[in-house]
Ligand binder design. Structure first.
Ligand SMILES: Cc1cc2nc3c(=O)[nH]c(=O)nc-3n(C[C@H](O)[C@H](O)[C@H](O)COP(=O)(O)OP(=O)(O)OC[C@H]3O[C@@H](n4cnc5c(N)ncnc54)[C@H](O)[C@@H]3O)c2cc1C
Length: 480
């Protein structure tokens, strides 16, 4: 076998700006605009607020997104949208940079509640409900999970029974395990819900279907037959008002069945374009894959952000003068520190490129570019695999990156917020934006610094500001 010389294998030049553009994927403009938006202080979390005020702030932030027209991008033209699901999800993923609660709250409203109406309903349903969902007149709930069943959605206990005498459905949670739980927007803001229930027509259970159910009046009071509880504080995402809902013989018109995959006519006859109940169920659930795709992207972005901050810190932070009496070493000079960060950088590069393929596939299916059965199945398989792998990776990487920042890793409002801002705002054209994080002054050692080994770290070209080059210097100030 021919030997490739070492020199030939080593790149002599890295097109940093070009690589940065490649990392932005197929919808670079959507990502750049979303990053610019994420710099808006109105969209940032404030951990000093009360629990209730955090929720209200997050709701106000969602209104800022509405005013910017972000929700329309993935919508059909007849609703004023541009029908670009890929661009829509690209921008949505970037919201994690502004505030994770904002991302999830807007994701519940438009990505789950709105998506269910869009993907499970008919054009009549779209015209009836989506305008108010998009403009936030109807904040909504995606009510799938129950106390008794989460992963196994097919076994939920809520029923939607057709009543021929009034041409209505009756929504009912017959026991406490059938109460809907963990639902975003349910505790305070939600006025309507898409409720997943066993559809019973003429005594036959046709399996899980989805219905649009109003739950609160304009004063925020539950409508008759609807009740609920606040899930209260949780480990994170406290800007999202998660809660429980229960229904006691609540009636909705027959029209409210989102009937793309199963409908009931005026004679009370059930019909579906998909004969097999199992296949029908998985097709319906499959239309909601957007949440899994975007979480894969958000986890990948979280890795990029965390590693950028940790690498930047490691490049500037000096601890111990191991090989010189007058020179302290940067953390990145230590091999153990390199081993903590560099494999995770490599993994994250792989995640970025994998996610781009997933997002392309999602766009192909949902824009109609290639909505074949095979492509839908590929999308489902990849989304299931990538979402679990990337969220596991994010848990590991975020923790490692946080620890790699020492004490500074424990104060998100000091070190990392400033770094995040720097990270977002940096473009290839202004790739040396300085960071003003609170640890920057302390990384400037009072000891005269000289250059350490020449080395080029390749991290996040388009987004990570070039670390100050270590040059011979007698001045204590550093580039940051
Ligand atoms: C912050 C937050 C917000 C949420 N928002 C919403 C919302 O808006 N709307 C909504 O409907 N739901 C929402 N959920 C609910 C979420 O979708 C469920 O928690 C999730 O589907 C898991 O269900 P579960 O909690 O019942 O876990 P379980 O099903 O009890 O699973 C517990 C563990 O067992 C594992 N497990 C389960 N079955 C198997 C199996 N067969 N083989 C191997 N392992 C298995 C699971 O992977 C998991 O690790 C939210 C949850 C959270 C935490």
């Amino acid at each position: 076998m021919a030997q490739v010389s070492e020199d030939a294998a080593l790149p002599t030049h890295i097109d940093v700006a070009g690589l940065g553009e490649v990392l932005l994927g197929r919808w670079p403009e959507a990502r750049k605009a979303a990053r610019e938006r994420a710099l808006d202080p109105r969209l940032h979390s404030n951990y000093n607020l009360t629990f209730e005020d955090q929720r209200d702030l997050t709701f106000e932030q969602v209104k800022v997104l509405r005013d910017a027209g972000t929700a329309l991008v993935g919508m059909p033209e007849y609703l004023g949208g541009t029908n670009s699901p890929g661009a829509n999800v690209s921008a949505f993923e970037e919201l994690v940079l502004a505030d994770p609660s904002l991302q999830i709250k807007s994701g519940v409203q438009w990505g789950l509640f709105g998506s269910a109406v869009l993907n499970l309903g008919s054009k009549e349903h779209h015209l009836e409900w989506l305008p108010d969902i998009l403009n936030l007149n109807t904040p909504g709930v995606f009510a799938m999970t129950e106390i008794g069943h989460g992963s196994d959605v097919a076994s939920i206990g809520t029923t939607a029974t057709y009543l021929p005498e009034t041409d209505e459905f009756e929504i009912h949670t017959p026991f406490k395990a059938a109460w809907k739980d963990y639902l975003g927007n349910a505790a305070v803001h939600g006025k309507a819900a898409v409720v997943f229930a066993q559809l019973i027509v003429k005594g036959v259970n046709h399996g899980v279907h989805c219905l649009y159910v109003p739950i609160r009046d304009d004063n925020g009071e539950f409508l008759p037959g609807v009740g609920g509880e606040d899930d209260g504080r949780k480990g994170g995402l406290n800007g999202v008002d998660n809660g429980r809902l229960h229904f006691t013989n609540v009636r909705v018109p027959r029209f409210n069945l989102l009937n793309k995959y199963g409908s009931v006519d005026e004679n009370g006859e059930y019909s579906s374009p998909i004969a097999s109940p199992g296949r029908r169920f998985f097709t319906m659930i499959g239309t909601l894959v957007q949440g899994r795709v975007s979480l894969d992207g958000a986890a990948t972005l979280a890795n990029q952000m965390a590693l950028s901050i940790a690498v930047r810190y490691a490049e500037q932070r000096r601890q111990f003068n191991t090989d010189s009496d007058i020179r302290e070493q940067t953390l990145m000079d230590y091999q153990q520190h390199q081993r903590r960060l560099i494999p995770r950088i490599a993994e994250t590069y792989a995640m970025i490129f994998a996610h781009q393929q997933l997002l392309d596939k999602f766009h192909e299916v949902f824009s109609g570019e290639d909505d074949s059965d095979g492509n839908r199945q590929d999308l489902e398989t990849l989304a299931a695999a990538f979402k679990s792998m990337s969220t596991w990776s994010a848990l590991d990487t975020l923790q490692e990156a946080r620890e790699a920042c020492g004490g500074a890793g424990s104060w998100p409002r000091t070190a990392s917020r400033s770094c995040v801002r720097t990270w977002i705002s940096t473009r290839p054209s202004r790739a040396t934006t300085p960071c003003s994080c609170s640890w920057s002054p302390s990384v400037c050692s009072p000891i005269t610094r000289t250059s350490s080994r020449t080395r080029t770290w390749v991290s996040w070209p388009a987004t990570w500001p070039t670390a100050p080059r270590r040059q011979a210097s007698t001045a204590p100030g550093c580039a940051s």
